[in-house]
Design a binder for this molecule. Structure first.
Ligand code: S3P
Length: 183
């Protein structure tokens, strides 16, 4: 992992579905006084379709190309907090576009925690359609791990601590270039 820091840099939250990207991003942006952008919401407002509808009508390929277009539109901007979709890291081009101007923060949690979180809103996530157990979910997570690992500058576990602590850790890193000591 490289050590990409700097106060001007965007903060890009990556991680599996249900890792807390939108929740953490919203709060972090508020605390830092920055604009918050959720790439899935950008895609929805540009296309006039929900992510779910896009998958259903046009498939994942169309969604991935919209995701890349939305990412490209953000590359020239600074001081944003950006939340990505769980599969955003799968396309090298997305990472290549934002990495030079961002701190990439990988939010993690164990499969059981993620399973509990995502099952509540499973219908909004087309790729979870055939997932019925935390073991299946763990398999999917394992297949993506190397992408998150490769893209991320730092990783933060969201399963072990409060939203406040997660947000504080990222803000601290942005300012001091290291994570705070554990409590
Ligand atoms: C996806 C995650 C979703 C959304 C789409 C695909 C994925 O975002 O982008 O359904 O490939 O993991 P969240 O991670 O916000 O659920």
């Amino acid at each position: 992992m490289s050590n990409a820091i700097g106060l001007e840099r965007n903060i890009v939250l990556i991680g599996f579905m249900g890792s807390g990207k939108t929740t953490v991003g919203t709060r972090l942006a508020r605390e830092l006084g920055r604009e918050f952008i959720d790439i899935d919401h950008e895609i929805e407002s540009v296309s006039g379709m929900t992510v779910r509808e896009m998958f259903r009508r046009f498939g994942e390929t169309r969604f991935r190309s919209e995701e890349q277009l939305a990412t490209a539109r953000l590359a020239g901007r600074r001081q944003l907090v950006i939340s990505t979709g769980g599969g955003w890291v799968l396309k090298d081009e997305n990472v290549r576009l934002l990495k030079p101007v961002a701190l990439l923060v990988w939010l993690t949690a164990d499969p059981e925690t993620i399973y509990e979180r995502v099952m509540r809103k499973k219908s909004n996530r087309p790729l979870l359609k055939n997932i019925d157990s935390s073991a299946q979910l763990a398999e999917m997570m394992a297949g993506r791990k190397e992408y998150y690992e490769k893209a991320a500058d730092i990783s933060i576990d969201t399963g072990c601590c409060s939203l406040r602590q997660v947000v504080h850790s990222i803000a601290y890193y942005l300012q001091y270039g290291r994570l705070p000591e554990p409590l």
